[in-house]
Design a protein around this ligand. Sequence first.
Ligand code: G3P
Ligand code: MG
Length: 246
Amino acid sequence: MSNGSLALPRVIGHRGAAGHAPENTLASLRRAAELGARWVEFDVALTREGEPVLLHDKTVDRTTSGKGKLAAMSLGELQQLDAGAWHSEAMAGERVPTLMEAIALLQSLGLGANIEIKPTPGREAETGAVVAKRVAAAWPVSLPPPLFSSFKSEALAAARDAAPSIARGYLSSRLGREWQREAAALGCVSIHCNHRNLDRRGAAEARQAGYLLLAYTVNDAARGRQLFEWGVEAVFTDYPDRLLAI
Ligand code: G3P
Ligand code: MG
């Protein structure tokens, strides 16, 4: 396993800069860059017809003006919705971006990215393959190589098969019994874990196994400092400004 080609900064904006702007929107990616982040994480799922878009939940209810499952919605229907007004008046008019729109913005901002694949149940392999193919075809050479991650092994396996050269991260809330076997089988270079379930010993175990260790979602600078001491390579944060101040 090699993680040599992956140059991660210590601070990665979570869903853009979700503490400052509506998550997973272009405004949120922009805000992360303005705050000094060099990388962002965002979630990608498929519309009904299979278009990859940035959305965290299975439904649009929490983060848009609409209601219903993303998997039942066409891109045209999705683009009618407001993805910023729920957050604040100033952000009204934001839309749910397509992956392609997000990549174009990353290019203009010079932002690297961890693309988290969030498949609809039953469409795990399809989501992994579609996202990987699109990223492989469109990733700007001016940006650092991207990193995929997913809670779903089937999605990561499909991403590996569709775009083997794009690095993969094993994403799991905690480091359970299976992580070493699964991460190795998927050819992952990194382990992404909820910082609340991480301790010094677990961090050492992941590092000694040769993986880069990333922790989410870290919004407290003192906690960030401790995680870096334990050998955590990078943290995902809703507040890049707080963590960059360390
Ligand atoms: O990729 C790290 C983190 O985003 C995973 O959890 O639920 O915020 O997507 P979630
Ligand atoms: Mg995520």
